[in-house]
Ligand binder design. Structure first.
Ligand code: FE
Length: 206
């Protein structure tokens, strides 16, 4: 059983997202993914596995939507967890900031790529650390379960589905991006980057 994670701030705390938009996003859409994931897990206990087929089968439908709901849950938790109502300039002392400057040449070049990635995506822009080349990458996903790169560690995501900005910004996605980035929780993003570095150490030992 998976549970709906509470927001770490009030639903009216991020000035760039209205309370109504946040309520719909967290309480209905995100919670919906968690609840449907639980429903799918329940249905998988009794589904007829003998009829499993790639053209159509109940088992396939459940397994496919399991990836959609699971990633819908995970990406939204990461999106909400990396927002803060108290915006701050990313500090040069953060390891994540140092790494980004190393990989992208400058902080501005990194943000430019994040925005380009979020403008090009139909679902998500996901900043991840890739253990294979030891670099930060911005990936896009057109749906929760279309895109994403295995065995990279996501440190930051931006939801670019229309539901994330249409209520407050209409079709002006660029303004939503420029605003939402101001409320990025750089301390939390840095903490997730440090976790990635720890996982990398474990992977290198094995
Ligand atoms: Fe969303």
């Amino acid at each position: 059983m998976f549970s709906v994670k509470d927001l770490k701030f009030g639903k009216d705390a991020i000035p760039t997202v209205s309370q109504r938009a946040m309520e719909i996003h967290h309480d209905k859409l995100y919670a919906g993914y968690v609840n449907k994931r639980n429903e799918i897990e329940e249905a998988l206990k009794t589904v007829d596995r003998s009829k499993s087929a790639a053209t159509y089968s109940s088992y396939r439908a459940l397994k496919l939507e399991e990836t959609f709901t699971a990633n819908g849950q995970i990406l939204h938790e990461l999106y909400f967890d990396t927002l803060t109502p108290k915006p701050s300039q990313p500090s040069d002392s953060l390891e994540f900031v140092k790494k980004v400057k190393e990989d992208f040449g400058s902080w501005e070049a990194f943000i430019e790529d994040v925005i380009a990635c979020a403008m090009a995506a139909r679902g998500w822009a996901i900043t991840s650390y890739d253990y294979r080349d030891g670099k930060i990458h911005n990936f896009l996903a057109d749906a929760h379960n279309h895109g994403g790169v295995w065995e990279t560690w996501p440190v930051w995501t931006i939801d670019v589905y229309e539901h994330a900005y249409f209520i407050d910004f209409g079709s002006d996605r660029k303004s939503y991006l420029l605003d939402i980035i101001k409320y990025a929780d750089w301390e939390e993003i840095n903490r997730r980057y440090l976790i990635a570095k720890e996982i990398e150490k474990i992977l290198k030992k094995t």
